[in-house]
Structure formats: C-alpha cells, structure tokens
Design a protein around this ligand. Structure first.
Ligand code: DC
Length: 225
C-alpha cells in the first residue's frame, strides 16, 4: 500500500563501515529531509565522560553529567557539545576506543533515545542513522533500511577513511577494531544492533555509493506515490 506521507521518517541501521553515514547524508540531501547521525550523539557523550574522567560504573555520577550536558547539531552535521564544536574530536582515537562501551550503558541509551524520539517527533520528515533506529527510536518509521557489508569491505573502507585523516593503522588493527565494536554493539543487553523484520536489507559490499543511494531513493519515492 503506498504511503501518502510527504514527510517520511526513514531509519537506516547497520554496523560500522557499511556506508551508513555517507549514504544517509546524500539520501537526506536528495529527498530534502533532515539528517540525524545518532552515532555522533553517543560519541559526544563518550567525549564528555572522557573529559570528566567519569567512572562508567558510577551511574549516579553519569546521570548528573548527562543532566548538564547539551548536544546540538549545526549546519553540515557540525556537532556541538555544550556549545563547543567537537565535530573532529569525536572521530579521534580516544573517543573511538570508548564509545561502544559508553553506548552499552542503559542510562546513556535511555537518555539519548528519548532525545532522538523527541527530535523525530518534532521533525517534518527525517533520515536517522544508527543501530537501533528501526527497532527502538522510530519503530513506526515509514521506511527502514539495514545496510551491511562483508568484513573485508568494511575494513577496506575504514582504512581509506583513516588514510584520509592522515592516520595509519595496519589491516590487522582495523579488523580487530571492527570486530571488537561489532561484538559490543550486537551483544549488549539493551537494544543491540539487529535487523528488524520490516527493514530492507542492502548488502553494499559490491555496490557503489551511487547504487546504494539510488536504491534507497527509489524505494522511498515509489513508496510515497
Ligand atoms: O555509527 P558510529 O560508529 O559513529 O557509532 C558510534 C558508536 O555508537 C558505536 O559503537 C555504536 C553506538 N551507537 C549505538 O549504540 N546506537 C546508535 N543508535 C548509534 C550508535
């Protein structure tokens, strides 16, 4: 049955390196919808905890920190943590190393999921990317996609990304990092990374960026007719 909603809510989930971020950015540009990178929110909180030297088992202390922390997005996916531009810092190694652990803390998830639901509710259409968007944040999304790719392809993409940033990691180091993140993200108790039954699976391993974006755009525009 075609959906008549002119302002669709679109969920894009999947593991790191499946191409979610670049794809989501382009889909939101083509469809003129707001883009929300929920991973960036987990990263901003991880950075805050890092700076405050927070003990991740001290839930009372974490709650206090969360209450006085603000995360906002500016133009071009600029991320502000308490009004400071942290767009670059949240992609650095010290944040990479702790973000999966931080995002497994239920208190952190509850806080961010609430915020994300609020943003979704207030938006006139949105493309939201993450790990639990179709399952928990927007279970009623008009369209749900799950992007995946082989571990070799994800490793290759991650290495290119690292090189562009002037960082060098061996192939073994990158594979270990990806596997470690996959493990934590998919084994955590609270809303682990999973593909919900009503999500369309897109295996991006052998697809170009354009092909992935075209396929999502086509599904959405056809579905909205
Ligand atoms: O997509 P990313 O690599 O920037 O995500 C950073 C971390 O946050 C990753 O370990 C998974 C976690 N995450 C999550 O648990 N739920 C989301 N909706 C988005 C990200």
């Amino acid at each position: 049955m075609p959906k008549t909603n002119k302002y669709p809510k679109i969920a894009i989930d999947g593991p790191a390196g499946a191409g979610k971020s670049t794809v989501t950015r382009e889909v939101s540009r083509r469809l003129e919808l707001k883009h929300l990178d929920t991973g960036a929110m987990y990263r901003a909180i991880a950075l805050k905890f890092y700076r405050e030297n927070a003990e991740l088992t001290d839930l009372a202390a974490l709650e206090k920190i969360l209450k006085r922390t603000s995360i906002e997005f500016g133009d071009k996916q600029t991320v502000y943590l308490d009004d400071e531009d942290v767009t670059e810092e949240i992609r650095q190694a010290h944040v990479n190393e702790m973000v999966s652990t931080v995002s497994a803390v239920s208190l952190v998830r509850a806080h961010l999921v609430e915020l994300q639901k609020k943003i979704a509710g207030e938006s006139k259409g949105i493309v939201m990317e993450g790990r639990d968007i179709g399952s928990r944040v927007m279970p009623d999304a008009d369209f749900k996609f799950y992007l995946d790719a082989s571990i070799d392809e994800r490793t290759r993409r991650r290495r290119i990304e690292q090189e562009e940033k002037g960082l060098s990691m061996t192939e073994e180091e990158v594979i270990a990092e990806i596997k470690n993140r996959d493990n934590i993200d998919s084994r955590r108790k609270d809303s682990p990374l999973t593909r919900v039954d009503d999500a369309i699976l897109i295996d991006t391993t052998k697809m170009t960026f354009e092909e992935v974006v075209d396929s999502i755009e086509e599904t959405v525009t056809k579905g909205l007719r």
